[in-house]
Design a protein around this ligand. Structure first.
Ligand SMILES: C=C(O[C@@H]1C=C(C(=O)O)C=C[C@H]1O)C(=O)O
Length: 400
């Protein structure tokens, strides 16, 4: 039996491999990203020896295979994890290599595992200093303040956010939590990113920001409006209020305004439709562009730069809403409502908005959530909306 076959036929479970690889990264000051795309059974893990800092106008199309992790603040650099090692898992096991980087990774791992007697729980990076939002009461005040500015005509929509600090359960296991999120939310991007630069972030986001398939098909969405989802509800008969319909229509208009800036008229738009995102439902419109037909190979990079931060996480118009948040939100969002995802993995770019996420600390975690505020917002309802958004992760992490 050759080396590759001996690993692929072993009985080691993917959770042990993933824990081993995360520990290897952390012990060597490397960075690691683990993810599972929506409606996909494969899990991927990359280790990056030296992450790069990328400027806002970096061309994604020119990057080597890797994982991008960008903060909310578009003037701060993104962290790019070029893959030095890459692994794919299916059906609970490590998949046989399908490309050169996986072959070298496989061979390296097999070598490493010769001296491993048992697998340990994964450790992860934590940052020394971080920021959280003020007390809950001030969130309803922030929403009220936002509504006042809308009444004055400063902007039409703003998305104030807040944090919730929780204690991690005793014996918290990051790999188990990742697996639990994968099981609970099949149509979300499940991700775990850990690096000395960023600390550790775990998330289950429903929102595509930019995806490019085979350098040919560009996709983005306009997602907004939130209601709790109860299993069995018929999505076709879900009713939305005028406030939610307008809130989502604003995001749609924002996406279209980005296409207009670059004179792209040939986009297909479908929706809005009710979609399920874990414990919640949203209204979603899909946008698709045939990049070959319009001869626009950089559409992914160009739209990423124009879209972020969208009106789903910031507001409309962007500049005054952003200024309001910077002045009044009272904390640094860091990577919440930034973007993240694999670049050039299996010939695709799959970048999502970093929502329903948590930053992990030593024995605590910070959850992040925001809610779209329009002229019809009722502060208590927006507060409740952030509570149910926290539950996407809380329901899973607290059981880990
Ligand atoms: C801002 C968040 O979510 C965004 C805001 C939504 C809304 O205001 O209804 C819905 C989906 C997301 O686009 C979040 O989850 O923190």
């Amino acid at each position: 039996m050759n080396k590759v076959a001996s690993v692929s036929t072993s009985v080691i479970h993917e959770t042990d491999y993933i824990a081993y690889l995360i520990n290897h990264a952390v012990e060597n000051q490397f960075s690691v990203a683990v993810w599972r795309l929506p409606n996909d059974s494969r899990k991927h893990l990359i280790i990056s020896r030296s992450p790069q800092l990328l400027k806002r106008n970096a061309a994604l199309e020119e990057l080597a295979q890797g994982f991008i992790f960008a903060p909310f603040d578009r003037n701060s650099d993104s962290v790019y994890l070029p893959a030095d090692y890459k692994f794919t898992f299916t059906d609970g096991a490590l998949r046989a290599p399908e490309e050169p980087i996986e072959t070298t990774s496989y061979t390296w791992l097999e070598e490493q595992l010769r001296t491993v007697a048992s697998f340990k729980t994964a450790k992860f990076y934590t940052v020394k200093k971080t920021e959280t939002s003020a007390a809950a009461a001030s969130y309803t005040e922030l929403v009220m303040h936002g509504v006042q500015q809308i009444e004055k005509g400063t902007f039409e929509k703003v998305v104030p956010s807040r944090t919730k600090m929780i204690d991690l359960p005793l014996g918290f296991d990051i790999v188990q939590s990742f697996q639990n999120l994968c099981d609970a939310y099949p149509n979300a991007l499940i991700s775990f990113v850990s690096s000395p630069e960023t600390g550790s972030w775990l998330g289950a986001t429903p929102e595509v920001l930019v995806s490019v398939e085979d350098k040919a098909i560009f996709r983005t969405v306009a997602l907004a409006g939130t209601q709790p989802y109860n299993t069995g509800v018929n999505l076709r008969s879900v009713a939305w209020t005028q406030k939610e319909i307008e809130e989502q229509a604003l995001v749609e208009r924002y996406v279209i305004s980005c296409f207009k800036k670059i004179r792209v008229r040939e986009y297909d738009e479908h929706g809005p439709k009710t979609v399920v995102a874990g414990n919640l439902m949203h209204l979603k419109s899909d946008f698709t562009v045939d990049m070959k037909a319009i001869n626009f190979p950089q559409l992914g990079s160009v739209m990423l730069q124009l879209l972020h931060p969208t009106s789903a996480v910031c507001g409309m118009p962007l500049e005054p809403a952003l200024e309001f948040l910077q002045k009044n939100e009272g904390y640094n969002r860091q990577f919440y409502a930034g973007f993240l995802g694999p670049v050039h993995v299996n010939n695709n770019i799959n970048i999502f908005v970093n929502l329903r996420c948590t930053q992990l600390l030593d024995s605590k975690a910070i959850l992040y959530a925001g809610a779209g505020v329009t002229i019809d917002s009722i502060p208590e309802n927006e507060w409740n909306e952030t509570e149910i958004k926290f539950n996407t992760l809380l329901n899973v992490i607290s059981k880990a």
